[in-house]
Design a protein around this ligand. Structure first.
Ligand SMILES: NC(=O)c1ccc[n+]([C@@H]2O[C@H](COP(=O)([O-])OP(=O)(O)OC[C@H]3O[C@@H](n4cnc5c(N)ncnc54)[C@H](OP(=O)(O)O)[C@@H]3O)[C@@H](O)[C@H]2O)c1
Length: 229
């Protein structure tokens, strides 16, 4: 039984990670901004007594991150999954940018995953665990679309930060992986997305299981393709 911590576990991909890890017998520390409003997650926890514990976490709030770290002090985390993310508004063009939204997107998608990871590094070290960040294929330089540029660059920068984290943790033998889920039917992906959330998460869990130091610092798709930056 591994201990898995998932951010943004109340809906979408985070909720499905929680469901699949709990179903196979792992213990999930499922975090959500508003646990009391997380009805589906609470129902899932009730259906798996003792397997899912729910903690409050707003990933951009330093006090909230510190409070979670205090609550988990001394416990090992085998897999830390930085899943929380925002897409932002339509107005994200280089010629017409909502700059407040741009700052928020960077705060949630780029800065917060590192803040959460640093705060919980002692827990990952205690378990000799793994660190995962959920990125996106639109982060790639080869995917040179200019639409939704704030979201795109937030994930490009996430890749770069976690590539550096992988390097910094290499001497300790702690692997770090960036994963792209595909275009998935969630609130973010929308109803037109081709991929069901359970298929995406099943693929990503296979990649997490396969993660070792030879793969640390890589960006891989949920199907296991090694993606170029
Ligand atoms: N769906 C896709 O097609 C797709 C494709 C590529 C990458 N991704 C990435 O996959 C991840 C999950 O996406 P999704 O499709 O599941 O999105 P989603 O359905 O919109 O869910 C986003 C999750 O992030 C949480 N979140 C947002 N801001 C937060 C904050 N400040 N603190 C804590 N949690 C916060 C949300 O919590 P609240 O409910 O409180 O807002 C929610 O749980 C994201 O990183 C996303 O960028 C998704």
């Amino acid at each position: 039984m591994a201990v898995i911590l998932v951010t943004g576990a109340n809906r979408g991909i985070g909720l499905e990670f929680t469901r699949q890890f709990a179903a196979r017998g792992d213990r999930v520390i499922a975090t959500a901004r508003e646990p009391e409003a997380a009805r589906e997650l609470r129902a899932l926890a009730a259906a798996h007594p003792g397997a899912i514990e729910i903690h409050a976490l707003d990933v951009v709030d330093g006090a909230s991150v510190a409070s979670l770290a205090r609550a988990l002090a001394g416990r090992g985390v085998d897999v830390l999954i930085n899943n929380s993310g925002v897409y932002g508004p339509d107005r994200q063009s280089t010629v017409d940018m909502d700059f407040d939204a741009f700052a928020e997107i960077l705060a949630v998608n780029t800065i917060a995953p590192l803040r959460v990871t640093q705060a919980l590094l002692a827990n990952v070290r205690a378990a000799r665990g793994k660190i995962v960040a959920i990125s996106s294929r639109v982060s790639l330089f080869a995917e040179a679309g200019s639409d939704d540029i704030a979201y795109r660059v937030s994930k490009t920068a996430l890749n770069r930060v976690f590539q550096a984290l992988a390097k910094d943790l290499m001497p300790e033998g702690l692997p770090v992986l960036m994963l792209t889920p595909g275009w998935v039917r969630t609130d973010m992906g929308g109803p037109e997305a081709p991929l069901a959330v359970d298929d995406s998460v099943r693929g990503m869990i296979a990649q997490i299981d396969a993660l070792d130091m030879t793969r640390s610092g890589q960006l891989r798709s949920m199907r296991g393709e090694l993606l170029p930056w």
